[in-house]
Design a protein around this ligand. Structure first.
Ligand code: G3P
Ligand code: MG
Length: 405
């Protein structure tokens, strides 16, 4: 698993996980149960999406019935995915439609959901609301729209930069018509006579899998090697052995955030496909070729959130606790004791559930299903149980919790 600067990312994730991320978008109960609330379950389910409920947007057999049963029984659950690229309201509406189960946006945590907490930091200095942020990944500028719904006010995409100056990456000309559909003028395009007056970016977020790895790699690298995050400049500190990190990232360059560590994920193809972690590893390789990389003392500092990281699980548990409070009221005397994490990827879902230490005392049980990335043999992370599909996993959790349907 990619090591990352735990300090900053952990403080970021710490802040994120204690967040007040919107609970429900329309104020109604997160759970509408058709059953009296006489029994408050002391357990809940956390479900991965890709490879558990859906395989590239197609429902996996048993998925719809499993969710319908939990809704009918009033058993809490949350969808915890390293996927994204759409706003929570849009994604949850899509899943509702495919699985024929009404779902509230408070029931989903996507890879980039925690980034919403960075719009308004604890002080003006750390607040990014009015700063320029580069948002990478996703179809068109769908991720820009998500970021703007989160509250970021100055969102730029690599497509904007390419359309403002196609020479920045000569080989994306073939994608010109694609970028033309959504690119926006830059707030202050590069001035060839004085690059220091060019576009300054204060943070870089990879919201979803990049579609044009080449342009996105070049643009991210340009900002990381720049002076003060100003496009078109090069820091004169780069390569200086008298400075920490050999002078790289020592000159006010923007912090780099990834939302999803997945190297592989289960798409429509019968073999797993490279995920956002593949892009991150490719960028790491390019960084190492350009700077010498960590082996030569030039680390590419980054923050990676998403499963299996502690902060993402804490963020999800806090969301579940807010939903639970709304569903059962403050008087519910039954604490949340057990959470069954159902996933298809040992490196993210199982590792995360196995290593997560809840600050609220809940115990997470990792249940690995065979309908996604995992395709047999000894998984890299040993689950509590391996089951054929999500339906069997729900049955396992109900039985283990002695819940009589
Ligand atoms: O991009 C989505 C992929 O990384 C996996 O998503 O739902 O299996 O966590 P999920
Ligand atoms: Mg999955």
């Amino acid at each position: 698993m990619q090591s990352f600067s735990m300090g900053r990312s952990f403080s970021l994730l710490r802040r994120l996980s204690s967040s007040s991320f919107p609970v429900t978008h329309c104020g109604r109960r997160a759970f509408q149960t058709s059953r009296s609330l006489s029994r408050v379950p002391d357990f809940a389910f956390a479900f991965d999406i890709d490879g558990v409920f859906l395989r590239s947007a197609k429902p996996i057999p048993g998925a719809a019935e499993s969710l319908a049963l939990l809704k009918q029984q009033g058993i809490p659950f949350i969808l915890l995915t390293n996927g994204g690229g759409k706003h929570e309201t849009e994604r949850v509406a899509e899943i509702s439609e495919k699985l024929r189960v009404p779902l509230d946006p408070s029931l989903i945590v996507q890879s980039h959901s925690p980034f919403a907490e960075l719009v308004r930091g604890p002080d003006e200095q750390s607040s990014l609301e009015n700063k320029s942020v580069l948002v990478v990944g996703g179809d068109g500028d769908s991720c820009r729209q998500v970021a703007e719904k989160y509250g970021f006010k100055n969102v730029i995409t690599p497509g904007d930069i390419f359309m403002a100056n196609p020479a920045i990456w000569p080989f994306s000309k073939v994608f010109h018509d694609y970028y033309e559909q959504f690119a926006r003028p830059l707030p202050n395009p590069m001035d060839p006579t004085d690059p220091t007056k060019g576009l300054k970016v204060d943070a870089i977020f990879v919201f979803n899998d990049p579609r044009d790895w080449a342009l996105d790699t070049q643009v991210i690298l340009d900002f990381l090697l720049s002076s003060q995050g100003v496009l078109g400049t090069i820091s004169d500190k780069n390569g200086r052995t008298d400075l920490p990190n050999r002078g790289f990232l020592q000159d006010g360059q923007p912090p780099l955030y990834f939302s999803n560590p997945d190297l592989w994920w289960a798409a429509a193809y019968h073999l797993p496909r490279l995920g956002q972690g593949g892009f991150r590893e490719a960028l790491d390789g390019t960084w190492a070729a350009v700077t010498g990389g960590p082996s030569k003392g030039a680390e590419l500092k980054k923050t990676v959130i998403g499963k299996p990281h502690q902060g993402t699980y804490e963020f999800a548990e806090n969301q579940m606790r807010r939903n639970r409070l709304q569903a059962f009221g403050p008087t519910a005397d039954t604490p949340l004791r057990n959470v069954y994490m159902v996933g298809d990827n040992p490196e993210s879902d199982i590792q995360g559930a196995n290593t997560y230490r809840s600050p609220h005392g809940s115990k997470w049980h990792s249940l690995l299903v065979r309908t996604g990335v995992y395709n047999g043999g000894d998984p890299a992370w040993t689950p509590e149980s391996i089951l054929d599909d999500v339906k069997k996993a729900v049955e396992y959790g109900l039985k283990a919790s002695q819940w009589k349907v």
